[in-house]
Design a protein around this ligand. Structure first.
Ligand code: AMP
Length: 185
């Protein structure tokens, strides 16, 4: 199963992603995790990404697209994957479409975890990561609204989008996700 998982920062995507991976045995492709690892290892990509990440902005498309296109070649992606945090812009979505068309492996479903903005700010402020300073949080939410939320329309038009209400218990939200994903197994 090939899944794209979209949701604003603080929606609880990480928690649900872990559960999806465990139940559906797909590879977990989180560009946030990959970029943090690259930053900590001070690789060329990591050095380029650092200034964007620390200010809450998106890393340039070409950098992220390179990272993900390399990752998609790995053998563990053959049986499917959960793309977590990618694509985040229309340009990234178009690049992904082109890569997958070439491999003849289209996406099965795009899951959106939906949480209202006031709730996100509350949750993010309580999390205490280095990139969770109020001004950085605000910037990350702005990036989501401006650059990522247009993807909902993009995938909606392709009839791939399924939205899940991200307010509620972790178990309740996962049950909703299961109802959707079980149809694609
Ligand atoms: P995340 O853990 O997914 O919230 O990502 C943390 C940070 O990494 C983001 O705030 C961005 O700076 C960067 N990042 C992760 N994924 C992407 C992406 N697909 N495009 C651009 N920047 C990204």
């Amino acid at each position: 199963m090939r899944i794209v998982f979209i949701g604003p920062p603080g929606a609880g995507k990480g928690t649900q992603a872990e559960r999806i991976i465990a139940k559906y045995a797909t590879a977990h492709l989180s560009t946030g995790d990959m970029l943090r690892a690259a930053r900590d290892a001070k690789t060329e990509v990591g050095v380029k990404a650092e200034k964007y990440m620390s200010s809450g902005q998106l890393v340039p498309d070409e950098v992220v697209i390179d990272v993900i296109s390399e990752r998609l070649q790995q053998p563990d992606c053959q049986k499917g994957y959960l793309l977590d945090g990618f694509p985040r812009t229309i340009a990234q979505a178009e690049a992904l479409d082109a890569m997958l068309a070439q491999k003849q492996t289209p996406l099965d479903v795009v899951l959106e975890l939906k949480v209202p903005e006031e709730e996100l700010f509350k949750r993010l402020a309580g999390r205490g990561r280095a990139d969770d300073k109020p001004e950085v949080i605000r910037e990350r939410l702005v990036a989501y609204t401006k650059q990522t939320s247009p993807l909902l329309d993009y995938y909606g038009k392709k009839r791939l989008l399924k939205s899940v209400d991200g307010l509620g218990s972790i178990d309740g939200i996962f049950a909703e996700i299961e109802t959707i994903l079980d149809k694609y197994v």
